[in-house]
Structures are given as structure tokens and as C-alpha cells.
Design a protein around this ligand. Structure first.
Ligand SMILES: [Zn+2]
Length: 284
């Protein structure tokens, strides 16, 4: 099976693809929205139709990275929202992966993904380009009984967007803030800019009780946000653990992990959750 799913509330379903990247199906009274699409192996739209019994009316992409946006080519006939700052990134990534340019086991290894058996026939075809509508900070989508609000959170990518599920008091941090935030690629902001992003997210703290993400455990304690703000401060002050690290994505600069982790895990030695992996040119 190329996909699995679980209900995390009555209205929100977490779907994982074979790269174990999560996407979220949000079921409103009159509109069903999908947040992200996975890596482009297998037809998630048919899976949602056949296994969950829903039709997707609206697609929102949290950012343009290949493991989140590649399935978007399945949804060309419905509105697809993405922050415009990530449009080129998305087209580059999706083209590369669906053209097999990037499509190697090595890529999975570098992304620390699990890649079970799949058939070449499962890789989506038909890429030309993906038309997207602009997604901006503060945009709200009323699905009926549940409202999604976009929060622009530049850092991991320039167009990175968190989603607040207002009535459910849940926030999707996505790749914007987590156990190993990547600030490595050209498309990433500096730690200094990223810190301001997280301070902006702080203003939403009274509006959610649960943090969900797209990778790993997909759940984090509420302390995550402040922990990562503190990690930013440590990097900017030169007081982080500054551990030489291998980059999961190619860069010409040395890469460091801000906080030491237990060997082979993303668990911080000091027990706190939240970490940043950054390239030397991404501090200020
Ligand atoms: Zn990403």
C-alpha cells in the first residue's frame, strides 16, 4: 500500500505516503481541503476517493519542496494555493523529481526518508507546470464548521506557510518549525530572519493547543516554538553546540547542527524538543 491514513480529529485525517511525509485532509461541512500532496509516488487523489470516500475541492501547499508538492499535478482542475515566493522552487523540484532527475535512492538517503519497494509505474506522469493561486499571510478558507488560516513563515523556504485550524485549535507547523529545521539551501532564510518569523508565530500562541507537523512523529509539545526561538538566539550569539553535520541537501558551505542529539536520533541530549540544521552562510 502506497498510502496510510488515520483520523487525528473528526475533521482532520493524516495521510502518509511511502516517503512517510504526511499530508492532511480537512473535512468541512461543504468543502474538503487537502494540505500538501506527498512526493509524487502513487495517486493520492484516488486513495482519498476510494479509501476515505471524499473528493478534494481545494489544495493548499505549505511550501514548494518536492516531498510536499509533487502530487499537485493530480489536482490541476481544482484551486491550488501556494505562496508565490515558492512557485519557482516548486516547479523546479516537481519537474526534477517527476522527470527522474532527482529520483534516486541516494536522494532518499540524503533526505533520511524511508523508501519501501515501489514500482516505476507508481511515479506520477504528465508534468508540465502547476498553476497555483497566491497564498498570503492571513488568508482564510471557510470549509464549513472549520476555518483554515494561512500564516506566512519564511525560513525553511521563502514561501513557507503554517496553517491554523481555527475551530479545532490545532496548528500545522509543517517544515517551518520542528525537531530539525533545515536552513541550508539557497531558498532558506537566515537564522536572523527565521527568528523574526517565529516571534510572529508567537502572537498566535493563544489560538492553538496542539502542534502537528509533516515528518517524523508529526506531533510536538507546545514548548517547541519557544525552544526553537531559543536555539536561534544561541546560534546568533555563537553559543549553540555548533556540531558539524552532513547536509541532507547539497550546499557549498559547512553545515552545523545547533543542538547535540543522541546518536542516530533527533532527540536532543538536554531533553528539549526543537533543533536547527544550518549552513554557515545562513546565520545573518
Ligand atoms: Zn521542506
Amino acid at each position: 500500500m502506497l498510502f496510510t491514513h488515520e483520523y487525528i480529529t473528526n475533521r482532520i485525517i493524516r495521510i502518509k505516503d511511502i516517503s512517510l511525509t504526511a499530508m492532511y485532509l480537512v473535512i468541512g461541512d461543504h468543502t474538503t481541503a487537502l494540505l500538501d500532496t506527498g512526493i509524487g509516488i502513487g495517486n493520492v487523489r484516488e486513495y482519498i476517493r476510494n479509501e476515505i470516500g471524499k473528493e478534494v475541492d481545494l489544495l493548499i501547499l505549505t511550501h514548494g519542496h518536492l516531498d510536499h508538492a509533487s502530487g499537485a499535478i493530480l489536482f490541476k482542475d481544482i484551486p491550488v494555493y501556494l505562496n508565490e515566493l515558492d512557485r519557482d522552487l516548486m516547479n523546479r523540484h516537481v519537474f526534477d523529481i517527476l522527470s527522474h532527475v532527482t529520483y534516486t535512492e541516494d536522494m532518499y538517503r540524503r533526505l533520511n526518508m524511508v523508501c519501501p519497494e515501489y514500482s516505476q509505474a507508481d511515479i506520477l506522469e504528465g508534468y508540465d507546470s502547476c498553476h497555483t493561486l497566491p497564498l498570503e499571510d492571513g488568508d482564510a478558507f471557510d470549509l464549513g464548521g472549520i476555518t483554515l488560516e494561512a500564516i506566512h513563515t519564511p525560513g525553511h523556504t521563502q514561501g513557507m506557510t503554517m496553517i491554523l485550524f481555527k475551530e479545532e485549535r490545532i496548528i500545522l507547523f509543517g517544515d517551518a518549525c520542528g525537531v530539525g529545521v533545515l536552513l541550508v539551501e539557497d531558498c532558506c532564510s537566515t537564522v536572523e530572519v527565521y527568528r523574526n518569523t517565529l516571534i510572529h508565530v508567537k502572537s498566535y500562541e493563544g489560538e492553538y493547543d496542539r502542534i502537528i507537523r509533516n515528518h517524523g512523529t508529526c506531533e510536538s509539545p507546545l514548548s517547541l516554538l519557544q525552544n526553537v526561538i531559543d536555539v536561534c538566539a544561541d546560534i546568533l550569539n555563537g553559543t549553540d553546540d555548533h556540531i558539524p553535520s552532513s547536509a541532507p541537501i547539497a550546499t557549498d558551505y559547512p553545515v552545523f547542527m545547533a543542538k547535540e542529539t543522541l546518536p542516530g536520533t533527533q532527540t536532543r541530549v538536554d531533553g528539549k524538543e526543537g533543533n536547527i540544521i544550518y549552513a554557515a552562510n545562513k546565520i545573518r
